[in-house]
Design a protein around this ligand. Sequence first.
Ligand code: MG
Ligand code: MG
Length: 264
Amino acid sequence: MVHLKTDEEIAIIREGAQILGKAHGEIARLVKPGVKTSALDKVAEEYIRDCGGVPSFKNYNGFPATLCISVNETVVHGFPGNYELRETDVIAVDCGVYYKGYHSDSAYTYPLEGVKEEVLLLLERTYESLFKGIEQAKAGNRMGDVSCAIQSYVEAFGYGVVRELVGHGVGKNLHEDPEVPNYGKRGKGVKLVPGMVFAIEPMINLGTRNVVQERDGWTIRTADRRPSAHFEHMVAIGEEKTEVLTTHRYIEENYSFKWRSRSR
Ligand code: MG
Ligand code: MG
């Protein structure tokens, strides 16, 4: 069942999403070769708690950390730890904030400065696909319009669209209805109506779309071990317009490698 949000609820989520955006910005300052992924996690948790929030992911179904950190062939749900970033890595950072009774959720994939051109392009196009999806996320459309916009954009480049994981409604629960697949048919699926709040999060692979789960029960990686990209924003569907609640602004201000050719 989809829980539609009132304007008051959306205002709270908007506030939480700002804390989330700034937590991402704190992480962005630190992303560079030699940094341990656990160091990023620590900074994010401290920042969120200092702002009066709680990390949404920590202890969620037993997840051990504030951030999901997914390097290279890891698609999502990687654990922060002793791994030190290398200059040829891409690192996806997913974070959630629980604030005044509501969650917010967003993700960003960083290329380090030594990544190959084909991987930079994967990131650029995955980022673009997120906005192709957002453009279709409007009252009167159906979820399939969002899904199809993402899928058709990235598949034209030969990339694999992960099927096993999807975007989701967000609110009092981190994961609510509706599901937001990154594949689907135009004109199909749930009708989008004002008050819906959901996360759109393309997970796009350079090679095969197939993924496998590691024995830790969480980490999802590509079956062919080629890199993957993940970007996520939350939107609120309004009568007239759709609002993007989360922000990557602080990441873009603070990350030293200005890798995108076009800003959003
Ligand atoms: Mg999400
Ligand atoms: Mg997320």
